[in-house]
Design a protein around this ligand. Structure first.
Ligand SMILES: NC(=O)c1ccc[n+]([C@@H]2O[C@H](COP(=O)([O-])OP(=O)(O)OC[C@H]3O[C@@H](n4cnc5c(N)ncnc54)[C@H](OP(=O)(O)O)[C@@H]3O)[C@@H](O)[C@H]2O)c1
Length: 217
């Protein structure tokens, strides 16, 4: 059983590199699961994450943690989740959005239901919670860029898993968790992200940034 405040992060890209150091600063022991843990670029990420951080293979990092932050590109999601071994009972925080960068733009990829539900189907017994997919990695790394409290919607079918993920979100202020309901709502969250990425690269003066805000009391 892992340390109660520990987390495996699968992947070492923009999302992992934004959330890993912030989670470590919040007291989480972070273990990156990466395809080539001996890669020298990882030493820099581990060093900037914090003293207890380390890197190992995706499978070993997942095996030794109860909570997994899942950050591969969508095209690698199926192979990656299936490479992690038996995930039954573990909480998998799904950050993915189903698109790829092609010909200078982000292109949506087809999903059945939602990316989150597909991941759930590929890993029987895992407790998937959709989270963080609506936020740009720059805001994850530096929440000041969000210019105020930022809602992180959570979707999932397991109430206890969502409570655990909400606690992780609260450890990253000014992020504020909000439970939007069942995992079937993940598709809506993913479409929100798609709308954003579809305009962000367009050379338009009226393109928009957005963050979700908790309602003012
Ligand atoms: N960028 C954003 O602002 C943002 C915001 C919200 C959600 N998301 C979603 O979150 C996920 C991660 O986004 P990201 O921007 O962090 O992506 P990224 O920078 O491309 O990083 C993805 C990581 O996944 C790992 N990976 C495993 N298999 C791979 C493969 N076949 N090809 C390439 N990388 C592979 C790599 O880590 P290793 O080399 O260490 O294995 C890589 O660093 C995506 O699904 C994305 O749609 C992104």
């Amino acid at each position: 059983m892992s340390h109660s405040k520990s987390i495996a992060i699968i992947g070492t890209g923009k999302v992992a590199g934004a959330l890993g150091p912030r989670l470590a600063a919040a007291g989480y022991v972070v273990t990156y699961g990466m395809r080539t843990p001996e890669d020298p670029r990882i030493a820099a990420l581990v060093a900037r994450t914090g003293t207890h951080a380390k890197a190992t293979t995706p499978k070993d990092s997942a095996a030794s943690h109860d909570v997994i932050l899942f950050t591969p590109p969508w095209l690698a999601a199926e192979a990656t989740v299936k490479s992690l071994g038996d995930l039954r009972g573990k909480v998998l925080i799904d950050t993915t959005n189903a698109f790829t960068f092609r010909d200078g733009r982000d292109v949506a990829l087809p999903v059945v239901g939602s990316a989150a539900e597909m991941i759930q189907s590929w890993a029987p017994g895992v407790r998937v919670v959709k989270a963080f997919n609506t936020v740009n990695f720059r805001v994850m790394a530096d929440p000041a860029k969000g210019e105020g409290p930022t809602t992180i919607p959570l979707a999932g079918d397991d109430a206890a898993a969502k409570i655990a993920v909400a606690e992780i979100v609260r450890a990253l202020p000014p992020f504020v968790p909000f439970d939007v309901g069942a995992l079937s709502h993940a598709g809506t969250l993913e479409q929100m992200a798609m709308l954003y990425v579809s305009v962000i690269l367009q050379p338009r003066d009226d393109a928009f940034e957005y963050v979700l805000r908790p309602r003012k009391k």
